[in-house]
Design a protein around this ligand. Structure first.
Ligand SMILES: NC(=O)c1ccc[n+]([C@@H]2O[C@H](COP(=O)([O-])OP(=O)(O)OC[C@H]3O[C@@H](n4cnc5c(N)ncnc54)[C@H](OP(=O)(O)O)[C@@H]3O)[C@@H](O)[C@H]2O)c1
Length: 432
């Protein structure tokens, strides 16, 4: 019986999931592939640490060289996370002629060029299905199923933590902080949730997807990013009254020679299929010139779904090295991108939702609408919510027609300086 030996770097949530999947479905994989992938070594920080699963100590090592120098190990799965030492280990494994699988979006979004270039130079496979969308086969869909399409747009809910928080806020009447606490208690948010709530995790993932879909490396530094940490429950409710649900969306769009790449909270019409993506689920809405619109939906994180994606890459690595099946698209090309420019968000046109905090007295609305008009922003509808019995501010919610972001920024800067406006205006972009 043919076996292929693999090493896991890291034995945390994902590492354990991969080990369990390979054990449980070993026969199934052998029948389908004709080769059994077998874990030979596992790199950890602390071999003595109490683990959730029973495993023989003989697997563990703290010495990466034991893996890199072992000629029997042909596939290395990097499941450590963070940048270093994971990045060095990936590069060294490629240099040692091993195929590599990684779930590490942070490395690919920041150093993808270096990693993909090394894999190309060494003629090695590098799989990264688990880096975006957990168990959802988005990377394979772009690389293989949609290979004949020019992809014009990817819109994704690609962070389960923020989707869970926004769902709980609206459906359970929670303010952001309470919904975050609930997500942490359920294990959907880390003790330090910064990367998720500030939109950085989504930015990492959309950088990888855009690079793959558009054919050249677009680092995370190019992604315009806003998070959800300043969202008030009030806005989710007002938006709902207007027929919209607020989601943290990641966008990668190609129009002519311009690429738009951004992550921000967005109002989605209730009739749009993405509004049914609740709790910690993820979804990707992709448009290709021939396929039209497709939707991929599933769990974007967690031990089992992520292990499913890692193992699909392990099988691809076996096909690559053992059966010499060379895919047409292995990773984003590192060709120069003179042909494309990133469109600044200032140049993009959106419809907007504004919530002004304004003093409740005659003439205030005309002052605000006067400034909006001066900047070519036309109002589609306006609602003043409630009246103050005593002196104070009231929320005034407005929806606009399409207008450039730079006009909006200029107008809001002026409006927020008015003496009748008591707090910074809340602004959300609306998905068409
Ligand atoms: N968790 C998910 O649902 C999920 C989903 C998609 C992608 N990912 C990605 O998958 C990767 C792993 O995530 P995870 O949640 O499994 O992480 P985790 O639970 O924190 O596990 C990390 C593992 O790496 C080991 N490790 C950390 N630093 C090390 C070092 N310097 N040398 C050797 N071993 C080291 C740890 O060893 P000890 O056990 O000895 O501490 C631990 O076993 C990350 O890139 C993450 O972004 C995770």
């Amino acid at each position: 019986m043919k076996e292929i030996k693999i090493a896991l770097l890291g034995f945390g949530t994902v590492g354990m999931g991969v080990y369990e999947l390979l054990k449980k479905n070993s026969e199934l994989i052998k029948e389908r592939v004709g080769i059994r992938p077998v874990v030979k070594k596992i790199l950890v920080r602390d071999p003595k640490k109490k683990r959730d699963i029973k495993i023989d100590q003989k697997y563990f090592t703290t010495n990466i060289e034991e893996i890199l120098e072992d000629p029997e190990i042909s596939i290395v799965c990097e499941l450590i996370g963070g940048i270093e030492p994971a990045k060095t280990y990936i590069l060294k494994a490629l240099q040692k002629g091993k195929e590599v699988v990684t779930a590490n979006k942070a490395i690919l979004a920041q150093y993808g060029n270096e990693i993909w270039e090394e894999a190309r130079k060494r003629k090695r496979f590098i799989g990264f299905e688990a880096s975006v969308g957990g168990g959802i086969p988005i990377i394979k869909t772009i690389k293989e199923s949609l290979i004949g399409n020019s992809i014009s747009s990817i819109i994704g809910i690609i962070n389960g933590t923020t989707n869970y928080i926004l769902t709980r806020m609206l459906e359970n009447n929670f303010q952001f902080k309470d919904a975050l606490k609930m997500a942490q208690a359920k294990g959907y948010a880390e003790a330090d949730p910064t990367l998720d709530i500030k939109g950085i995790d989504s930015a990492h993932k959309i950088s990888i997807l855009a690079s793959l879909a558009f054919g050249f490396y677009i680092p995370v530094s190019e992604v315009y990013t806003e998070g959800i940490e300043d969202i008030d429950l009030m806005d989710l409710k007002f938006a709902k009254d207007f027929g919209y649900i607020v989601k943290l969306l990641a966008f990668a769009k190609k129009r002519k020679r311009k690429i738009e790449i951004r992550v921000h909270p967005t109002l989605i019409p209730e009739t749009h299929v993405l509004t049914s993506v609740r709790l910690n689920y993820n979804a990707l809405y992709i448009t290709g010139d021939f396929v039209g619109d497709i939707l991929l939906y599933g769990l974007g994180a967690g031990k089992e779904p992520t292990a499913s994606a890692v193992v699909s890459d392990i099988i691809d690595a076996i096909e690559y090295s053992y059966f010499e099946k060379k895919p047409f698209i292995k990773y984003p090309l590192t060709k120069n991108n003179d042909f494309f420019n990133i469109r600044s968000i200032e140049e993009v046109e959106f419809k907007y939702y504004f919530r002004f905090s304004a003093i409740d007295k005659p003439g205030v609305l005309s002052k605000i609408s006067g400034i909006l008009g001066k900047h070519n922003i036309s109002i589609a509808s306006v609602v003043q919510i409630g009246r103050q019995k005593k002196k104070g501010s009231v929320p005034v919610v407005m929806l606009t027609h399409e207008t450039k972001e730079k006009n909006v920024n200029k107008a809001l800067e002026e409006i927020d300086k008015l003496d009748v406006v008591t707090a910074s205006t809340k602004k959300f972009r609306i998905l068409e």
